[in-house]
Design a binder for this molecule. Structure first.
Ligand SMILES: C[S@@+](CC[C@H](N)C(=O)[O-])C[C@H]1O[C@@H](n2cnc3c(N)ncnc32)[C@H](O)[C@@H]1O
Length: 229
């Protein structure tokens, strides 16, 4: 009796938005796999829109509701990982897509960690801040200078990072934008903001004041460089 081979999971980064910033490797995998797993929960899946032209197989949406409750999150990750395991045990390969790079602030990380023992390959993607730096023509770091990537949620951490590093990337700024701008200013940073980088309605600017008090799109980040006086 022949055994069914177990399927392989690919974690595929599809880049930050520009349809041309998806890698050749990602495209080849998306064209080949019988199932593409789409994390959804906050409305339309942005990663899906980028990957759509290359998907030939079945699309399976996995719900990842937006919540901060750790217990709820754990059970959602467990449940979705179980579903993926079942699929792989049927002998089907599957690709789990993520926005930007899969190893940076992505849901895929929690799935990957729950699939120990299964064959997994992660395909890197162009991360949002690399694309944003290129859009702004603003180097993130030069020479042997360090740089830091930090989510803008925790003010204390943000302040500490701005004091320790001359080059910073502030991600997830939409929830704490005004405070992030205040801190950048008080710590002597020059900064650029990219909103929905690579999407049709992208905005890239050094006029951070313009967006104070406004509801910023979730896909927004800031790149900052300390001005040496
Ligand atoms: C959950 S993280 C995903 C990061 C992603 N894995 C990456 O490699 O860029 C979401 C945050 O990434 C940033 N982001 C992702 N795509 C973006 C884009 N197209 N333009 C600007 N910021 C973006 C925003 O700061 C957003 O809040």
């Amino acid at each position: 009796m022949s055994e069914i081979p177990i399927g392989k999971l690919y974690g595929v980064g599809v880049g930050p938005g520009d349809p041309e910033l998806i890698t050749l490797k990602a495209v080849k995998i998306l064209e080949r796999v019988p199932v593409v797993l789409i994390p959804s929960g906050s409305g339309e899946s942005i990663a899906f829109n980028i990957a759509k032209p290359y998907i030939r197989g079945e699309v399976l949406e996995l719900e990842f509701p937006m919540t901060r409750d750790r217990g709820t999150l754990e059970s959602i990750w467990d449940e979705n990982a179980k579903r993926i395991k079942e699929l792989l045990l049927e002998g089907r390969d599957a690709a789990f897509i993520t926005l930007g790079d899969p190893m940076i602030y992505s849901t895929y990380i929690y799935i990957m960690e729950r699939l120990e023992g299964f064959e997994i390959e992660t395909i890197p993607g162009v991360t949002s801040f690399s694309a944003a730096a290129s859009k702004l023509q603003m180097p993130i770091a030069r020479g042997s200078r360090p740089f830091a990537v930090v989510p803008a949620g925790d003010e204390k951490i943000m302040q500490d990072v701005l004091r320790c590093f001359d080059n910073v990337v502030l991600m997830k700024v939409s929830g704490n934008y005004d405070r992030a701008v205040d801190l950048l200013k008080s710590e002597g940073f020059q900064a650029g903001l990219v909103i929905r980088g690579g999407h049709g309605d992208e905005e890239a600017t050094f006029d951070l004041e313009k967006y104070r008090g406004k509801k910023l799109d979730y896909l927004s980040l800031i790149i900052g460089r300390k001005v040496v006086k």
